[in-house]
Write a protein that binds this ligand. Structure first.
Ligand SMILES: [Zn+2]
Length: 360
């Protein structure tokens, strides 16, 4: 243990504050005199669902409680009582017994957490300094640079898909049959009439052909339709965040808190100081986790199947462009060079540290 804990804290760490075998405690008294006095609450018990019979209460004398308290009566004598009976037996003092006991439990939990955090720190710090992590962050950074260099309009369109939750969209012109119908009624009512007034089937077929031929030659009406071509996995990488920077600042913050939490001179006498240190560590680790999840997103983005979806979208995009538009998304896309052998680093020790620090 690297921290100088007080003798009280050390003995608190050893004590069992939550027990499930209250009736095996030596020195149990079977009854309580009126106006009893106690040193305080020694432990809590809870045998709910254990299959054991209910515990006999020293105050009411009945076996009615699954949960209750081990009260230290002083002189190695102890009593088992339920909460309501405890209040009845000890009167106004009972509240302060409970408060002191709860404070002990919180302190014990803090100390246990401190020890697990201290135990988890060395491996986590080593993982944050690992070459695998640095390499992945560098590859990600270089990939982002490459993306930015690629033709503006393609990059913008791709980034737009990031804002659309990963949907790869393309706007295509499509014929609008309803508008065409309205159009021909306005411009060539004679053709419409000819179909309606045809006396024979052959006449109606001929008139319909003339009408259709006019629409195809002169009466076409188009509308713009936004289509979803596919879904881009790992689209978070298009959001512009750089995990390399986030990992650096996050690691610095973790390092600073680690030095504090591992400092042998730090007695951690104050509960507030300890919980502030845990909180700062939690926040630093959140930053690391955010950056690490981006590293994972890049692997999804680079997956061959995803790459094919993007290539298909680029081709559809090119096909949708006007003839005088010289954008070429397929060429733009080919300019993106994906990193070779990219692998998401696993941060097992860091998540163990996160578990030890707790979720707050
Ligand atoms: Zn009772």
């Amino acid at each position: 243990m690297s921290t100088q804990l007080s003798p009280d804290d050390l003995s608190l760490l050893q004590s069992n504050l939550l027990i499930d075998d209250p009736e095996t405690i030596p020195g149990l008294v079977q009854g309580l005199p009126d106006a009893s006095q106690a040193v305080g609450i020694e432990a809590k018990y809870d045998i709910t669902g254990s299959g054991k019979p209910k515990v006999r209460c020293a105050w009411c004398g009945r076996a009615v409680h699954w949960k209750g308290f081990v009260v230290d009566l002083g002189g190695s004598a102890y009593a088992l009582v339920g909460r309501t009976c405890g209040r009845a037996a000890f009167g106004i003092d009972w509240n302060s017994y409970e408060r002191q006991f709860d404070a002990k439990r919180r302190r014990q939990a803090d100390l246990q957490r401190l020890l697990s955090v201290q135990a988890a720190l060395p491996a986590a710090l080593e993982e944050l300094r690992s070459s695998e992590l640095a390499q992945a962050a560098d590859q990600y950074h270089a990939f982002l640079d490459g993306l930015r260099r690629v033709h503006g309009r393609f990059g913008q369109a791709l980034a737009k898909s990031a804002r659309a939750g990963g949907d790869l969209l393309v706007t295509e012109e499509e014929r609008d049959p309803q508008a065409e119908e309205r159009n021909i009624e306005r411009q060539r009512p004679d053709l419409v009439k000819a179909v309606e007034n045809a006396l024979t089937d052959e006449g109606r077929v001929r008139a319909s052909r003339r009408l259709k031929s006019w629409i195809d030659k002169e009466g076409r009406v188009y509308k713009s339709v936004v289509k979803r071509i596919g879904r881009c996995d790992g689209y978070a990488v298009l959001g512009g965040r750089d995990p390399k920077t986030e990992l650096r600042t996050g690691s610095d913050r973790v390092g600073a808190q680690a030095r504090k939490l591992l400092d042998p001179a730090e007695p951690w006498a104050e509960a507030e100081a300890l919980s502030a240190a845990f909180k700062a560590m939690r926040e630093a680790l959140s930053e690391i986790e955010g950056a690490a999840s981006l590293l994972g997103e890049l692997e999804r983005f680079l997956a061959p199947s995803n790459w094919n979806v993007i290539a298909g979208w680029a081709a559809r995009f090119d096909a949708s462009l006007d003839e005088d538009d010289d954008s070429n998304f397929v060429d733009d896309f080919r300019q993106i060079s994906p990193p070779r052998d990219y692998a998401t680093p696993s941060l097992i020790a860091v998540s163990e540290l996160r578990e030890a620090v707790g979720r707050g």
